[in-house]
Design a protein around this ligand. Structure first.
Ligand SMILES: C[S@@+](CC[C@H](N)C(=O)[O-])C[C@H]1O[C@@H](n2cnc3c(N)ncnc32)[C@H](O)[C@@H]1O
Length: 338
């Protein structure tokens, strides 16, 4: 898949968007900001070289020396040996915990773990080399933070799924991880347009010839495609009975209408299970609390664990004196029967 071809297809996709419908599926703030970014072929081909937020990378974690998501042109990552030394020390502190977490799964495999934590040089800003029992590997704060997701999903679902849909997949790292661990699975990815573009560049480079794009009304699903990247307005054409839908830190940013749009499609396509990690409380009027999400009507909770917590002083727009206890939950839900 050529980057120039991707960019013109992205332009076609943007042309096709119906603004009225975008209110339903869209996080319009995110979409408006990202559609104004100065997108170059280099950015799509090698976004490791740029400071990019909103793709699963976080300012403060993955770019700890930067505080804000740049508007306009994403800035190149600038070499800084002093900063890198501190970053390396922090990574070496986090690494043993990540490896312990991954190794405790009954199905864990040391070579696979090395691959799950590996920074692949395409996405994710800074990286450092570390020594694992399988040999040296480059890792980043981001790869260590997200490496456990595929194993957690497999543990909850009890088998590697044969088909999986991720909504809000960022730059595609989780899909890459599942593709490595479950080589026979059919994988579907959905996100807002800018992320579709970046993930297409990333996944096509990782899995050449195996990625199909369903972005415009003319695009067709191909049964033989291993990975399909689907625009939100084409998600209703997803093949039926996809085993599981996954979402990481993305449902938490959506409005009730937006979650309703996706929930209705999961019902229509008879998706069997839902695995997600999301904040449980809305922080402003454009979001809803997790227990109010429409998918709770057709899915029942099987597993629920707090995986992170913090307290926000107040909800945006709320009374300054009121406080909200917020935690990040990891949940596995199964489609209700009857
Ligand atoms: C914080 S990022 C998380 C990315 C990735 N899941 C991760 O955890 O690494 C939020 C993601 O949700 C996506 N997103 C936000 N609103 C969305 C919507 N309405 N439909 C699909 N994706 C959406 C964003 O584009 C972004 O990729």
């Amino acid at each position: 898949m050529k980057i120039d071809g991707l960019l013109s297809k992205y332009a076609e996709m943007l042309e096709e968007i119906d603004p009225a419908l975008a209110d339903l599926w869209g996080n319009n703030h995110d979409h408006n900001r990202k559609s104004k970014l100065d997108i170059t072929p280099e950015l799509v081909a090698n976004f490791a070289a740029f400071e990019m937020g909103g793709l699963g990378f976080e300012f403060g974690n993955d770019f700890p020396d930067r505080k804000t998501i740049p508007d306009g042109a994403p800035r190149p990552v600038v070499a800084d040996p002093d900063f890198d030394a501190g970053y390396g020390a922090r990574i070496r502190e986090v690494l043993p915990r990540s490896l312990r977490h991954l190794s405790r799964f009954a199905f864990a495999d040391p070579m696979q773990i090395a691959e799950l934590v590996r920074w692949d040089g395409i996405g994710g800003g800074r990286s450092v080399s570390v020594q694992l029992e399988t040999g040296p590997v480059r890792v980043s704060h981001h790869t260590l933070r997200v490496a456990g997701r595929a194993y957690e999903m497999r543990a909850s679902h009890r088998v590697w799924p044969k088909s999986l849909l991720e909504i809000g997949g960022g730059h595609g790292r989780f899909l890459r991880d599942v593709a490595i661990c479950a080589p026979d699975a059919s994988l579907y990815y959905c996100d807002l347009p800018f992320n579709l573009l970046i993930a297409a560049g990333y996944l096509a480079r990782k899995f050449p010839g195996q990625v199909n794009l369903v972005w415009t009304q003319e695009d067709r699903f191909k049964p033989e495609a291993r990975i399909t990247l689907i625009a939100p307005w084409r998600l209703g054409d997803l093949p039926e009975n996809v085993e599981i839908c996954c979402n990481f830190l993305s449902f938490q940013h959506m409005s009730a209408a937006n979650l309703g749009y996706y929930s209705e499609i999961l019902d229509r396509r008879n998706v069997g299970a839902l695995f997600h990690m999301n904040r449980d409380k809305a922080l402003h009027g454009g979001e809803i609390d997790l227990d109010q999400a429409p998918f709770n009507q057709s899915f029942e909770l099987v597993f629920d664990q707090e995986i992170g917590g913090f307290v926000r002083a107040h909800r945006r727009g709320g009374a300054a004196a009121s406080t909200t206890a917020v935690s990040i939950r990891m949940q596995y839900l199964r489609r209700r029967v009857g």
